[in-house]
Design a protein around this ligand. Structure first.
Ligand SMILES: *Cc1c(COP(=O)(O)O)cnc(C)c1O
Length: 490
């Protein structure tokens, strides 16, 4: 298995080189040269494995310059930081399951990959004989930031800098980031929204001047965003794992198709589901759920991707994204792996803010993905309704996905696994208001009230935040991002 760029299929990198680089110099994303298929005997093995073993097996199909034993050691280490089973499947109603991916250190699904990535990076550097320090630059819509800070804190040979949209994340998310510890961690609020932060960070990655200046300081750049293949590959595993759990529970027979519903932002999570499907996972529908920033819904229903639109701040901030970077990887497949055609589309997007696909391509897109979107009112309405119906408190992101299922239900015959991307306690004021119709701005008060109301304990990582000092207070403008980076490193 080798890796090339979506914008240059003549490249050929090993998995470790793709992980160390993060993003290709041409601005493209690294993709595997083919999709490995999970064999019959491997499925047998997966059914009888625990989560780290399943993850190691799935990852070994792509990361062929790692041994299975190395990957198992990595996964055992990473998932020991979780509170119990890293990816439990909860049955809420007949035919409906919630895959809880938020039992990691920061209570969001980003931990599934960001606990693994620092190990992948460290092993990769060793394999390649890279001695330079690695600078991890992150743009976050809220959850990636903390998960990356947590994952890379005090990892030898790395320095991590996170940019989040100033006033664009939830109070809990902000507090998680600004209280982060570690000698090598830096955090800054960037004036602008997430797309501004993502674009500004991407500019550094594609600027030869910036990169050579960093090199002089002794740093190579890499990314912990889902543009890094090392972020994507651990995510493929939980789709496979949920399927195994359904088989083992007698809910389905091996080979039966299952639908997965995913609250989408950067399209990384659902793209991992598509990769799992290409590996032979029996998938019926992949449901792409959006909030009011419904650009993915519009694209999947019309074939036109148009960012020239208003940007909304919603109660599901981790999905407040207009330029979904991982869509590029799917588009690459849709365009028959033609990197020239893909480059043209990305150029149109950058210059005109819009591109479209042909009727035939749209048909293929719709064969793979269904889409729905949910208003703010219906999102909070769903949190209340679901709690009344199933006694289960959804976070606002997961509620967007459940709402999508409700709208599509009549068209779906298979069992539905909804991917729950955050603990309700990560967005406590929204959930508290949805459930009780009372308002508060105090996240900790809301958590306490929710514990009483739902009889579910809040994750320790969140309740401890109250006791921590704010350690990071840098604010920067978009055009000063590189100066801010250099200042942190000096
Ligand atoms: C990041 C995130 C999403 C969006 O996932 P993508 O991979 O960017 O599509 C959804 N919900 C939560 C809670 C998140 O943190």
């Amino acid at each position: 298995m080798h890796f090339y760029s979506t914008r240059n299929s003549a490249l050929s990198l090993s998995a470790s080189a793709a992980i160390v680089k993060g993003i290709s110099d041409d601005g493209g994303l690294f993709v595997p040269s083919s999709f490995p298929v999970i064999g019959k005997d491997e499925w047998e093995k997966l059914l009888n494995s625990n989560y780290p073993e399943r993850a190691a097996l799935v990852m070994s199909k792509y990361l062929t310059d790692f041994t299975y034993d190395e990957l198992l050691e990595i996964c055992n280490n990473a998932y020991s930081k979780f509170d119990g089973d890293p990816a439990p499947l909860v049955k809420t109603r007949e035919g409906e399951f919630i895959l809880e991916l938020w039992h990691g250190p920061t209570s969001a699904f980003k931990d599934m990959a960001l606990t693994v990535l620092p190990y992948l990076l460290t092993y990769s550097k060793k394999k390649l004989g890279v001695d330079d320090k690695t600078l991890i630059l992150v743009a976050t819509s809220g959850d990636t930031g903390k998960a990356a800070l947590e994952g890379f804190s005090d990892v030898p040979g790395t320095e991590i800098i996170v940019f989040y949209p100033n006033k664009g994340v939830s109070p809990m998310q902000e507090l998680q980031m600004v209280t982060s510890r570690g000698k090598n961690v830096h955090v800054a609020a960037l004036n602008g929204n997430f797309d501004d932060a993502q674009t500004a960070v991407k500019t550094i990655f594609t600027s030869e001047d910036n990169k050579s200046e960093l090199k002089k300081l002794g740093y190579d750049l890499s990314s912990a965003n889902s543009i890094n293949f090392g972020r994507l590959v651990p995510q493929v595993a939980y789709y496979v794992s949920a399927y195994c759990d359904l088989v083992n529970a007698g809910e389905i027979e091996m080979g039966d198709k299952v639908s997965y519903s995913v609250p989408c932002g950067n399209f990384g999570n659902i793209l991992a589901a598509y990769y799992a499907k290409r590996m032979g996972l029996p998938v019926d529908k992949l449901i792409c759920a959006s909030n009011t920033n419904k650009i993915l819904y519009d694209f999947i229903t019309t074939g036109v991707y148009d960012v020239r639109r208003e940007f909304y701040k919603t109660v599901s901030p981790s999905m407040d994204i207009l330029v979904s970077s991982n869509l590029e990887r799917f588009l690459f497949e849709l365009l028959g792996r033609d990197s020239n055609a893909l480059s043209t589309k990305m150029k149109e997007l950058k210059e005109d803010g819009i591109y479209s696909i042909s009727a035939e391509q749209l048909k293929e897109l719709q064969e793979n993905f269904s889409a729905e979107w949910t208003s703010e009112e219906d999102t909070t309405g769903m949190i209340e309704e679901y709690f009344e119906d199933c006694g289960y408190a959804l976070d606002p992101h997961t509620a967007v996905a459940i709402s999508a299922n409700e709208k599509l239900k009549d068209k779906i015959d298979s069992k539905i696994v909804t991917v729950s991307t955050a603990s309700a306690y990560k967005f406590p004021t929204v959930v508290y208001e949805a459930l009780t119709h009372k308002k508060t701005d105090d996240a900790f008060y809301a958590c306490e009230q929710l514990e009483e109301y739902t009889a579910e304990m809040q994750p320790e990582g969140l309740s401890l935040l109250k006791t921590l000092d704010r350690r990071h207070d840098t604010v920067c403008d978009r055009d000063k991002i590189f100066e801010t980076v250099v200042n942190f490193l000096k």
